[in-house]
Design a protein around this ligand. Structure first.
Ligand SMILES: Nc1ncnc2c1ncn2[C@@H]1O[C@H](COP(=O)(O)OP(=O)(O)OP(=O)(O)O)[C@@H](O)[C@H]1O
Length: 944
């Protein structure tokens, strides 16, 4: 990297062709020094502000030596970002080496450090113990006990506990002698016999393996010896489930490949045959793939259905920049000129060539257009929106400070990261930032919002909290609203919050939506009241990152009764052992993020990992049951390489950009293809390579095929693990079960103690500061607690049910309007017209009968319920006049509103039941009873 000296002159305020005139330098100076003082609110007065003052005093501009330390400190010290002096001359020896405090585009990034400034330090709070701390405490107690026993002369205790290695050796001996019975993993030789008819090639392959395997077993019990089948299946069966067998023979290639210790089976060219996945056919067992060929892809289906609406909704746009194939740089982006401050920041972060999404979106964002943009994971969407937004901010009216940009993210961690990236890009500007996310100190945020930061990065809930309860903060001046991970933000769980935020922001704002799986639903987008947005689409919907290898490992169902005994899903028994085997063998190097569907499972696995050891103890968990501090600490440890495994829920599935994640493991297939794409997108980012492995149960096959659909065939692999290895691990895990229970019990006790302490603290606070506490205005929220919980549950349901919804929707589509060229088979396919009509008529009759019966059942249930109700005591009512109907009129005459009563609409009164005739209306106009009653409610008639 070439070193250079950069001098920023007063013309650095704006580009040559700027959308709005640059403000005079004097105003910049003023704002700048004012902003420098802002961090004082956080108690970080001193250095920066003093330095700025000192510089201001000198007659000539002083040279400011910017070294790597300064850069590093700026954002950490001040969440408001590095307030740049308008004229900065750099040291001759200074070299932009890509490490000079950069946050992105380098190995060691520190975007999460920005969150640390917001962590509320509670000196009296009892720290929550991590699993590792509990285990370490237990170990210390155990060793102390052992020492005591030793000193008592009792040396038997140490022998009782079997050393891990000894246990392993013993089990391997058992295994070789055939004594070990691993339930659920069928003996390979048995299975080979059962599935002979499947494919002769497979038989040959297994022979070869066995020959290879025998000496290897002798040499080292745990050593892996090539492709084998795990999860109870035989090899033939395993190969079939991804459709490798036929493709392999078609291509005439060797499909087996040893990678690392475990084996992967490559999926060569023929995967296209499996690509068209019919999600609607729930009954299909997945063996007959021929009918999938006739299907239209989900993307086609979606685009056809929405084409007309989309045409009207979006401004037409062609990806001109990316199509031109000219080598681009940030300095030569067509139709826009970036400010030197931004170019400098981009350069210091090692970002010189814009990615396609950046090349397309930056000019559009600078023009103030609304954008709906999508591109694969890790393709640089964050920089794509920040650059445009920051460039606009450089031309703001500095005399009138207010929050002009709001960036919203669905998770706190993502918000912290996005905030960090924004600050890194704005380090040579005077743009100020505030991070407003749940779980971090409200007070710090309130103090910063008082300073009217230019940009607020937030999660929706906390933003609404501030809109409602922080007096100095309002969204009236918001000019740009960015929704990162827009499709998630538009899901049910965020719906109400988003509506509240949209209504608080001015209509004239610019709205930018970014996601790898951005919604195509115009219905959802219209809720944002965008102004003819431009749709920028770089990658095909559903496409995974280019350098990603996707592996699948089959998890066989349990033998009858096992899952019932375990009270878990089928195959659960094997998953833990499979995961541990994978992590101690093929995934033992590099950093791996492991996704779980539930917090409980992620936590249990963390305990198992810590107890198991062998490198697995270098792991951390990340899910909603942890405190925000713990969550950020886990991320930091993982990012810094202190933890090699991150056991996370979907909290970490979107947006997180951690350098050096080589592997992603899905402990189970997620519930929708979108979530799958985001999860596996945590690796293979920014043109890097990565691999994702998914443990696939019987019910996940359709989703696997969907994942394979958009992937290059050579990137799909089928992984296997030798059954004996899993058997050993499984036994070891079983042996750890009592310890797991003990750790969980200790955690429970800890929790109770913590809760007690908290209550005590609360009571003490109340006693000491009662007046102050009671005088504080109560914080308000736009939903009641029950509404909030209901929205949360709805969101969860929607988040988890995309797959089922799609299935239903497709089934419906098929009934209403067959979009595929070749219609799908229906129950009437292949019948003569007459026969078909007869069957259809019979079906309709049946449906009619069923619905009639249903109605009857419904009405009799209602009648029975009514009869069972105790009789009501009614006040005597005037008799109804004959001719008065029951239905609607009865309802009207029932419950009266206060308004009706005030209006003098008495029960049974004519006014209540009859619309006044013309004569009566005339009377009312001219004066009469009705006017009299209105007169009581309405304003006093003016005297003439
Ligand atoms: N122009 C660029 N040149 C090289 N690397 C870049 C460029 N822009 C961004 N990157 C790098 O790409 C990585 C991914 O960027 P980013 O997190 O913005 O991806 P994303 O598209 O938002 O991904 P996701 O969909 O997962 O949120 C970052 O580490 C960033 O440093």
């Amino acid at each position: 990297m070439a070193g250079f000296i950069m001098t920023l002159d007063s013309d650095d305020d704006g580009p040559a062709r700027s959308p709005s005139p640059s403000p005079p330098p004097s105003s910049t100076r003023k704002t700048s020094s004012k902003n420098d003082a802002a961090p004082a609110a956080k108690g970080k007065k001193g250095k920066a502000a003093k330095g700025a003052k000192a510089k201001g005093k000198g007659k000539k501009l002083l040279d400011t030596v910017v070294d790597a330390d300064d850069d590093e400190d700026t954002p950490v010290d001040s969440p408001r970002g590095g307030a740049a002096d308008e004229e900065v001359r750099m040291d001759k020896g200074f070299v932009f080496d890509g490490l000079g405090g950069g946050f992105i585009g380098r190995e060691r990034n520190s975007v999460w450090d920005s969150g640390e400034a917001y962590i509320q330090k509670r000196p009296n709070a009892m720290p929550r113990l991590s699993v590792d701390e509990i285990i370490a405490r237990r170990a210390a107690i155990k060793s102390a006990e052992a020492l005591l026993e030793e000193s008592d002369g009792d040396e038997d205790g140490s022998d009782e506990e079997l050393d891990d290695e000894e246990l392993e050796k013993e089990m391997m001996r058992d295994l070789e002698n055939g004594d070990l019975d691993f339930e659920g993993l069928d003996d390979e030789s048995d299975d080979a016999g059962e599935d002979d008819e499947d494919d002769e090639d497979d038989e040959d392959e297994s022979d070869v393996e066995e020959k290879e395997e025998a000496p290897a077993k002798k040499a080292a019990a745990r050593k892996d010896v090539g492709p084998q089948i795990v999860g109870g299946g035989d090899e033939a069966d395993e190969e079939d489930w991804l459709g490798l067998k036929e493709k392999k023979s078609d291509a005439g290639s060797e499909a087996e490949e040893k990678v690392g210790e475990d084996a992967e089976l490559d999926g060569p060219s023929g995967f296209a045959a499996l690509a068209d996945v019919d999600m609607s056919d729930a009954e299909d067992d997945g063996d007959d793939d021929s009918e999938y060929d006739e299907d239209v892809s989900p993307a086609d289906r979606q685009s056809r259905a929405d084409a007309a609406a989309a045409k009207a909704f979006f401004t037409s746009h062609e990806n001109s920049t990316t199509l031109s194939r000219k080598p681009l740089s940030f300095t030569t982006l067509p139709n826009c000129t970036l400010s030197r401050q931004l170019l400098l920041a981009l350069g210091s972060l090692n970002l010189s060539t814009p990615t396609p999404i950046q090349a397309e979106c930056i000019p559009l964002a600078m023009l103030g257009k609304d954008i709906v943009a999508s591109s694969a994971t890790g393709s640089g969407k964050t920089v794509a929106f920040w650059v445009g937004v920051l460039e606009r901010l450089l031309h703001r009216d500095r005399k009138n400070p207010m929050t002009r940009v709001v960036v919203m993210c669905p998770t706190r961690e993502l918000a912290v990261q996005v905030h960090g990236v924004g600050m890194a890009l704005a380090r040579y500007t005077d743009v100020s930032f505030c991070l407003c996310v749940g779980g971090l100190s409200l007070k710090v945020q309130e103090a910063e919002l008082k300073q009217r930061p230019d940009v607020v990065v937030s999660t929706p809930g906390r933003l609404i909290d501030h809109v409602r309860n922080t007096p100095c903060f309002s969204m009236d001046g918001v000019e740009v609203l960015v929704l990162d991970e827009a499709d998630r933000m538009l899901e049910e769980g965020f719906r109400d919050e988003l509506e509240e935020i949209i209504s608080a922001a001015p209509r004239s704002r610019q709205t930018l939506l970014f996601s790898a799986t951005v919604t195509e639903s115009i219905q959802q987008l219209t809720r944002l009241s965008m102004n003819k947005p431009v749709r920028v689409k770089i990658d095909e919907m559903g496409a995974a990152a280019k350098g990603l290898d996707q592996e699948f490992l089959r998890v066989r169902g349990d033998k009858a009764g096992e899952s019932i005994e375990l009270n878990s899903r089928s195959g659960e028994r094997h998953r833990e052992a499979l995961l541990v085997s994978l992590c101690t063998r093929s995934f033992s190097s590099g950093r791996t993020i492991i996704f779980f569907r539930s917090k409980a499972q992620a936590h249990r696995m963390k305990i198992l990992f810590s107890l198991f050891g062998k490198g697995l103890e270098k792991s951390d968990e990340l899910h909603g049951d942890l405190t925000q501090e713990q969550r950020l600490r886990s991320l930091k440890r993982f990012r810094d390489g202190e933890a090699r495994f991150l056991l996370a829920t979907d909290l970490a599935s979107r947006g997180l950009d951690i350098k050096g994640i080589e592997n992603v493991i899905n402990y189970e297939m997620p519930k929708s293809i979108e979530i799958y794409l985001h999860r596996v997108g945590r690796t293979a980012r920014a043109g890097q390579k990565g691999r994702a492995l998914t443990l696939v149960g019987e019910s996940d096959r359709k989703l696997v095929k969907l994942a394979m659909k958009h992937a290059p065939p050579e990137s799909i692999k089928q992984r296997t693990i030798p059954g004996d290895v899993v058997a050993v691990v499984s036994k070891q895990l079983k042996a750890l079960e009592p310890d797991v229970r003990d750790v969980m019990q200790e955690e429970k006790e800890e929790k109770e103690i913590r809760r007690g302490n908290m209550e005590l603290q609360k009571a003490q606070n109340m006693l000491e500061h009662e007046d102050e506490i009671k005088s504080r205005p109560a914080r308000t929220w736009f939903q009641s607690t029950s509404e909030k919980n209901a929205a949360k549950n709805l969101g969860k349901a929607e988040h988890n049910s995309k797959f089922q919804e799609k299935t239903k929707k497709r089934a419906l589509d098929e009934d209403e309007e067959p979009l595929s060229k070749a219609p799908k088979r229906t129950p009437f396919s292949g019948l003569s017209r007459r026969e078909k009509r007869r069957k259809m008529a019979m079906r309709e009759d049946e449906e009619d009968r069923a619905s009639g019966a249903q109605r009857e059942i419904g009405s009799s249930i209602r009648a029975a319920k009514k009869a069972a109700l105790p009789g009501k005591i009614h006040a005597a009512r005037p008799e109804r006049t004959p001719g008065q109907g029951e239905g609607k009129k009865k309802k009207k005459g029932g419950k009266k509103s206060v308004f009706d009563r005030e209006m003098g609409v008495a029960d049974g009164g004519a006014a209540s039941d009859k619309r006044p005739g013309k004569r009566e209306r005339d009377m009312m106009k001219g004066g009469g009873g009705a006017k009299h009653s209105l007169g009581r409610m309405g304003p006093k008639p003016k005297k003439r």
